[in-house]
Design a protein around this ligand. Structure first.
Ligand code: CAO
Length: 564
């Protein structure tokens, strides 16, 4: 039997690519066209197949190696005639990445570059299948969007699959999907109409948006991370988005095919490969675990009634469907965009976090007197022509400063859960809920520990104005460690604020009022501020929460303690 060097074939425009997966080992029997390794460039990942059948004698590459056309991948004891020629089969492109580099799509880079300069277009825009190389009649195996969805340029619309590769087809423009022209199972070709978008902003260079987008840029950013719009409080993406929820799992076509054959939903499989890639072993491991009853698919979890002790299935009654018009006239109004985002976030946080709420009162008699005095002095100074009077010091600014002191003293409040780990933050960014005509938003005072109460008041005023004008940027709402929701200017006694995940606590503040407080000898009129602290019981114990609130009360009672 002849020994044959199996080389990297022509991989298109790619000079050097990195080996990220070894799919065979010495002793393995491989068939012609079977994938041997997976390689990755900055644009695509692809599998390099064997040009012939045989037994692997030696693997000549290691993970992390750089290879190019002609590099020897492995030595095969071939079944047929000896050859060192590159395989006839082109490498296959991986879904989530570009189409096969053997059929490079030149539009890719143009599309990426031009996407940087969006141009608003009037009227509906057709999004068509771009140049996807040599593929013909590829089947739509996944539709990733629906009518009414807002999509960004380069966001994936559908996944298609040929016998060699699967890939995502992105939108060439951003906008709202008015019509979807494809469905599961459809066979599509270059130039076919995928969707009609309205309110679209097209990349400047994409005068023919239909074909401007190339799959190369597809799915490089998960849909979730593109939700950069201002988002509300308990709600806001106060932190950088985490898991790429709107996206397909990261796996090569052969792994994908294998999973499909076994009926394994890839979304449920945890990838152990580089960048969370799902390997063949992961699919096998998951299958074994399900068979052994040690793991369940999400579909199984959703079906399991809570009463079976499964825990995750909520087993709720369907939402009541009522024809309200039977009882009187009604008007229907769409929820605002901010409210819709808030609703989804609030619901998740409410369901997923074991909230507990402590209520307490802080004596702010002296602090309020000091605040009023300071504002009077500033006003006087302003009248006398001194600029110092422009800032109004607010109670909320004192609360932010006092919270920083409490976060420093109780670091588990300045933390986030990440799996089994607690991430303890060494910075102090405090968010505050702001009521706006469109709903609740949560801007963040960054590095509040390094700022004085006057500066915090000033920044709060600016952020609150931006919030009301709908001008907050995503950066204005990111990176919070702790949130304060103040209803003090409105009224009420106590409430139970919902924690703004992934934070672990939130402080609710209501309207202060003068109350009789017993000083040991007599009742004294004191200005009392109601505090409601909600905390995540997975991270914080009740005793810590009571101490946190009590400490906050002490600071607000005598602000000199902040200096200690
Ligand atoms: N007790 C009594 N009075 C208070 C107070 C308190 N705890 N907090 C503020 N006030 C007073 C202020 O001193 C001010 O009085 P003057 O006009 O006489 O000076 C008045 O109430 C109005 O204050 P404000 O609400 O405009 O300012 P603020 O600094 O307290 O709050 C902001 C700013 C942006 C937080 C607030 O406008 C806001 O949007 N609050 C709503 C937050 C919210 O909706 N939370 C709910 C989230 S959960 O769904």
């Amino acid at each position: 039997m002849a020994l044959v060097d199996i080389q990297v074939p022509d991989i298109g425009d790619f000079d050097e690519v990195t080996v990220i997966e070894l799919l065979v080992k010495p002793g393995d029997n491989v068939k012609a066209e079977q994938s041997l390794i997976t390689v990755e460039s900055d644009k695509a990942s692809m599998e390099i197949p064997s040009s012939q059948a045989g037994v692997v004698k030696e693997v000549r590459v290691q993970l992390g190696d750089k290879v190019k056309q002609g590099s020897v991948v492995l030595v095969l004891e071939g079944e047929g005639a000896a050859t060192t020629a590159a395989p006839a089969a082109a490498p296959v492109a991986e879904q989530n990445k570009a189409p096969a580099p053997a059929a490079p799509a030149p539009a890719a880079t143009d599309s990426v570059a031009s996407a940087a300069a969006p141009v608003a277009t009037a009227g509906p825009v057709e999004v068509r299948v771009p140049d996807i190389g040599d593929f013909k009649d590829v089947a739509v195996i996944e539709v990733l969007v629906k009518v009414g969805d807002t999509v960004k340029a380069e966001q994936s619309l559908v996944t298609v699959e040929s016998d060699k590769a699967s890939m995502e087809i992105p939108s060439s423009v951003s906008g709202v999907i008015r019509e979807l022209k494809v469905k599961l199972g459809d066979k599509i070709n270059i130039g076919d109409l995928l969707a009609i978008l309205e309110g679209a902003a097209a990349p400047a260079a994409a005068s023919a948006p239909a074909l401007a987008a190339a799959p190369a840029a597809a799915a490089s950013a998960p849909a979730a991370s593109q939700t950069s719009a201002p988002a509300p409080a308990a709600v806001a993406p106060a932190h950088e988005p985490s898991a790429p929820t709107g996206n397909l799992p990261h796996a090569s076509p052969s792994v994908r095919k294998f999973a499909r054959e076994l009926g394994v939903p890839l979304a449920d499989v945890k990838g152990s490969g580089p960048k969370g890639r799902i390997t063949l072993d992961d699919v096998q491991g998951f299958t074994k675990a399900v068979m052994a009853g040690e793991a369940r698919t999400q579909a199984q979890v959703a079906k399991a009634p809570a009463s079976t002790g499964g825990g995750a299935g909520l087993d709720l009654l369907p939402w009541p469907k009522v024809d309200f018009t039977k009882f009187g006239p009604v008007e229907r109004k769409d929820m605002s965009r901010i409210k819709k985002i808030s609703a989804a976030n609030l619901h998740r946080n409410w369901v997923m976090i074991p909230h507990v709420c402590n209520h307490d009162d802080a004596d702010i008699t002296e602090l309020e007197a000091f605040r009023v005095l300071m504002n009077l002095e500033y006003e006087k100074a302003a009248k006398a022509g001194n600029n110092a009077g422009v800032v109004k010091i607010t109670m909320l600014a004192f609360l932010i400063k006092a919270s920083v002191a409490a976060l420093k003293k109780f670091p588990e409040f300045n933390a986030s859960l990440d799996g089994d780990q607690l991430v303890l933050k060494q910075y102090y960014n405090v968010a505050f809920a702001a009521d706006t005509p469109n709903g609740l938003v949560v801007p963040v005072i960054k590095d509040a520990d390094k700022k004085g109460v006057v500066q915090i008041s000033q920044e709060m005023g600016e952020l609150a104005k931006k919030a009301r004008d709908g001008k907050l940027s995503p950066a204005d709402m990111q990176g919070a460690c702790f949130t304060i929701s103040s209803l003090g200017g409105i009224g009420g006694r106590y409430f139970t604020p919902i924690i703004n995940a992934p934070e672990v606590a939130i402080l609710g503040v209501c309207k202060s009022s003068t109350e009789p407080v017993w000083d040991g000898q007599a009742f004294q009129p004191r200005l009392m501020l109601p505090l409601s602290l909600s905390w995540d019981h997975r991270v914080i114990d009740g005793a810590s929460a009571a101490r946190f609130n009590a400490y906050l009360g002490q600071i607000l009672g005598d602000f000199r303690r902040v200096l200690l």
